[in-house]
Design a binder for this molecule. Structure first.
Ligand code: 5GP
Length: 180
């Protein structure tokens, strides 16, 4: 029997159907363009894989790794790029694929850094957005779900590097990590 962790707030079915819609929208917006999907690891890995397969136009795939919160659940505002892109993005249309935009600092930092490589355009697509928590003004073109200010796990998102493999999105209750 599968053990449930946390309180599910977005189910697998809701996820699947919303990502299908996002894929359709992106395919239409970027038809005829040279699109590079840049995934922000580790958190975006599950969303990225599903989104890429929901997009019906040819895309290039690439990834960057950034350091996350570590074991804490509050934003530090400091973002460190651990890896570089392998694809040339100069003159291309870049879509940055994130798991969640919270304060917006990570996205702001990444956009600045990628802009130096002179892409033709650069936009952001995120599975989740906590818009009430925004500390900087960043424009996010595609948002899967707007969620309230609660710490969530699953579908790529972690708590102390765990729970990324949950197939749904859940709010981690105190009980869940006391049990370990
Ligand atoms: P920001 O720089 O926008 O404040 O934070 C973005 C990053 O914070 C995300 O990529 C993610 O790693 C982390 N983050 C923010 N909120 C949550 C959350 O509710 N759960 C998890 N697991 N990570 C979060």
């Amino acid at each position: 029997m599968e053990r449930m962790f946390g309180r599910p707030i977005v189910t697998q079915e809701q996820m699947r159907s919303r990502i299908r819609e996002m894929g359709r929208q992106i395919s239409s917006d970027y038809a005829g363009k040279d699109l590079v999907l840049v995934g922000v690891l580790k958190g975006a890995y599950a969303f990225y894989a599903d989104l890429a397969r929901a997009i019906r136009i040819p895309v290039r795939v690439d990834f960057i790794v950034v350091t996350s919160y570590g074991s804490r659940t509050k934003t530090s505002g400091k973002v460190k790029l651990v890896t570089k892109l392998t694809e040339e993005i100069k003159g291309k249309d870049v879509l940055l694929v994130e798991d969640i935009v919270d304060s917006g600092l990570t996205v702001q930092h990444l956009m600045k850094s990628l802009a130096k490589k002179k892409p033709r355009s650069i936009k952001v697509c995120t599975l989740l957005s906590k818009s009430d928590r925004r500390a900087v003004d960043v424009h996010v073109e595609y948002v899967g779900f707007k969620i309230p200010d609660q710490y969530v796990v699953g579908y790529g998102l972690d708590y102390q590097q765990k729970y990324r493999n949950l197939p749904y999105l859940a709010v981690l209750d105190q009980m869940d990590h006391q049990e370990e």
